[in-house]
Ligand binder design. Structure first.
Ligand SMILES: Nc1ncnc2c1ncn2[C@@H]1O[C@H](COP(=O)(O)OP(=O)(O)O)[C@@H](O)[C@H]1O
Ligand SMILES: [Mg+2]
Length: 275
């Protein structure tokens, strides 16, 4: 019997270090912003952090952190260099694996290429306390497979109806993928970005949770919220993390609160990776 490539993967494949995938149904909601800043925040807290650009066709994680040049995952997959040689340094000592922007080939990885990428990440992950992946939007095969490797999945949404609808779409697709393949996909946690305050963040998360409970029998918890803020967008304009700029700002406090949710996971799993 022939196995479908979507089923032909190691269902229990997890990285040595805790792996957090930052995803979301829609583009422009703040996935890269959250991933990049969460990584820098965790590095500032003393963790060794690996940030991986898993938005493989339209990557821009490096741009957000002022890392523009150097080898990319495309080079590693084509054999020009090793995954280790692709590692670059970003703010506060975070290490980055960047990807090529506008690469059709990277936007359509073959099953074998994806498996090699996963093997490369698994190998490197032994050296880090935590790995954060910046995912593409949507419910393509990359998003589903990377979510299956994750210990935690963060779904980023804004209060907009379209973003919220797509956030539900991605949670539903992950749920269905898990059921169909037996992959161990954690129930996503929600980050409500670009909202007016804590009340709106909670209100949006509650609405999404109610729909998920009703139709998927899943209860996605709220990981946190981040205000719509000029310092966030201005930091992106100058390719710097906002956590480096607004140390006392509300957005930094919100991010610290989200990072705090991973402390236990790191404390439990990281010692296994870094003996
Ligand atoms: N909380 C926020 N306040 C203001 N602007 C934001 C906020 N979060 C993200 N942005 C801006 O929105 C745009 C899209 O963010 P990005 O992280 O690239 O989204 P995605 O990765 O989901 O496509 C960027 O210009 C970013 O600076
Ligand atoms: Mg992005």
């Amino acid at each position: 019997m022939q196995t479908h490539p979507m089923n032909d993967f190691d269902r229990s494949r997890k990285l040595a270090a805790p792996f957090v995938l930052v995803t979301g149904g829609k583009g422009g909601v703040g996935k890269t912003t959250v991933c990049a800043n969460l990584g820098v925040q965790m590095a500032q807290e003393g963790h060794s952090v690996l940030l991986v650009d898993l938005d493989l066709g339209l990557s821009n994680l490096g741009l957000f952190l002022g890392v523009h040049h150097g080898p990319t995952l495309e080079d590693a997959l084509s054999g020009k260099c090793t995954f280790r040689e692709c590692l670059q340094e970003g703010p506060d000592g975070v290490r980055l694996l960047t990807a090529a922007n506008g690469s059709e080939a990277m936007g359509n990885l073959s099953h074998d290429q994806r498996q090699r990428l996963i093997e490369g990440l698994a190998e490197l992950s032994r050296e880090f306390d935590v790995v954060l992946g910046d995912s593409a939007a949507g419910v393509g095969p990359d998003v589903l497979h990377f979510a299956a490797m994750a210990d935690r999945v963060l779904v980023v949404t804004t209060p907009e109806v379209a973003a919220l609808t797509d956030a539900y779409g991605v949670i539903k697709a992950l749920d269905q993928f898990g059921i169909r393949t037996g992959a161990d996909i954690p129930t996503p946690e929600l980050v409500v970005n670009q909202c007016s305050g804590v009340e709106e963040g909670q209100d949006i998360a509650r609405k999404l949770r109610q729909v998920c409970e009703r139709f998927l029998a899943r209860t996605p918890r709220q990981a946190g919220w981040i205000p719509r803020s000029r310092s966030v967008s201005q930091a992106a304009q100058v390719a710097a993390p906002f956590v480096g700029v607004s140390k006392r700002g509300l957005e930094q406090l919100c991010l610290r609160q989200i990072a705090g949710r991973f402390r236990t996971l790191i404390a439990i799993k990281a010692p296994l990776a870094c003996p």
